[in-house]
Design a protein around this ligand. Structure first.
Ligand code: URA
Length: 195
């Protein structure tokens, strides 16, 4: 475990613990404010993310940014976004269990340094790993689970919403629940001086 963000990031960028390092263009460490109270966790980089070195920059990412904006969240201001795995699996296949196992400590270290009050899992893969292995995302999205003082919630993955736009209102409800919870327990996510 690294005790500061700079050392963690520097070490992570050099990672060659699994074979995904040999096919990546860029490692995708994460984006946002490392002092955020709210952290989002996706699955892994796709093609656009691999090219740019930033999470959620493709079509799904644009949708995510829009939904975030509705509840006054901004990847460049008051949240942090990371993925379960930092390198793109070829042809966007699911990350293999052994790749996830090799990569998860980077995420654990990120969570340890950020100490978020709320973690939102984007999609099933991250929800299974972070919340519980048997989570049923269709039934349990939008529900807050508590673990060691941190609230965990899953929502539908933006890519799934692009495939199935009928689910967008349900996913937006999750973001409204998130906004309410932020107002309840967070200190500085929403600038309380402003307005
Ligand atoms: N899907 C993810 O889960 N993460 C990204 O960064 C991009 C797409």
């Amino acid at each position: 475990m690294y005790d500061n963000w700079h050392d963690l990031k520097t070490a992570c960028y050099k990672c060659n613990k699994c074979e995904l390092c040999s096919t990546r263009t860029n490692l995708v460490f994460g984006v946002g404010n490392p002092n955020a109270e709210v952290m989002f966790i996706g699955e892994g980089p796709g093609e656009q993310e691999d090219l740019k070195g930033e999470p959620f920059v493709g079509r799904g990412g644009q949708l995510l940014d829009k939904m975030l904006a509705v509840v006054d969240l901004d990847r460049n201001k008051n949240i942090y976004i990371a993925n379960m795995v930092k390198c793109r699996p070829p042809k966007n296949r699911d990350p293999k269990p052994e790749e996830q196992d090799q990569c998860i400590n980077w995420l654990r270290n990120q969570v340890k340094l950020i100490r978020p009050k709320i973690i939102v899992c984007l999609g099933r893969i991250s929800a299974m790993r972070v919340i519980k292995p048997d989570i049923k995302i269709t039934r349990e999205h939008g529900i807050f689970f508590e673990r060691k003082g941190t609230l965990l919630m899953a929502t539908l993955h933006p890519a799934a919403l692009l495939r199935n736009p009928n689910n967008k209102p349900a996913a937006m409800e999750d973001f409204f629940k998130l906004r309410d919870k932020i107002n309840e327990i967070c200190d500085h996510t929403y600038d309380k001086q402003g307005g």
